[in-house]
Design a protein around this ligand. Structure first.
Ligand code: FMN
Length: 181
């Protein structure tokens, strides 16, 4: 599929719509070059330190967490609705137990600026380099969020990724819209 560079936040509304509908796919890679993919439902974006930054939250129990600690680079991929089943699978199975790419119709493809791959079937791609990380601090988090999101602890680590490249299929918005339920 032919993908072209877009403004860094040009398709942000479409991205947030997909984030809150089925989730997005976070790709990481280990020091051994083995890629992994997991579903994320939380992410934010803006400008910090004079740079465009997206922040993803990953719990220490995830295989992706270990990989991000090894290689501080990641991609975020927006998939059209026909891949909902695969996105769901990547949000339940762990790369620790098997190759999720091999178990789905998803294919890793080389990214432009980072070692982590993109998901070929995505229609919007964000490539990021970790410039800061920070653990959720329960003592300074609103108690109802601690109770609701962390009944078992496993507090997220926030990875702040500087956006190095953003590109999309020319018909990304249509693909994301047309098949939506
Ligand atoms: C819709 C959805 C959103 C999710 N969002 C996150 C998230 O933002 N952060 C996180 O750590 N886990 C999240 N998860 C859970 C992980 O995707 C799941 O635990 C996955 O199996 C981890 O894969 P890994 O062990 O290969 O890294 C989400 C799961 C689903 C289904």
């Amino acid at each position: 599929m032919n993908k072209q560079p877009i403004g860094l936040f040009e398709l942000w509304q479409e991205t947030v719509d997909a984030l809150t509908r089925e989730g997005l796919l976070l790709c990481t890679v280990g020091a051994d070059g083995k890629p992994n993919v997991m579903t994320i439902g939380w992410m934010s974006a803006g400008v910090i330190w004079g740079r465009p930054v997206v922040t993803v939250l990953v719990r220490p129990s995830r295989h992706s967490y270990g990989l991000l600690e090894q290689v501080g680079e990641f991609t975020v991929n927006v998939l059209p609705p026909q891949f909902d089943e695969a996105v769901q699978y990547c949000g339940g199975a762990s790369g620790r137990d098997g190759d999720k790419f091999a178990h789905t119709s998803l294919t890793p493809a080389p990214a432009q600026k980072v070692r982590a791959p993109i998901v070929e079937q995505g229609v919007i791609h964000y490539e990021c380099r970790v410039v800061h990380k920070n653990d959720v601090a329960p003592a300074t988090l609103t108690p109802e969020i601690v109770a609701g999101a962390y009944p078992q602890g496993n507090f997220h680590r926030l990875y702040f990724g500087e956006l190095l490249a953003v590109y999309a299929a020319s018909d990304a918005s249509e693909q994301l819209r047309s098949l939506s339920p």
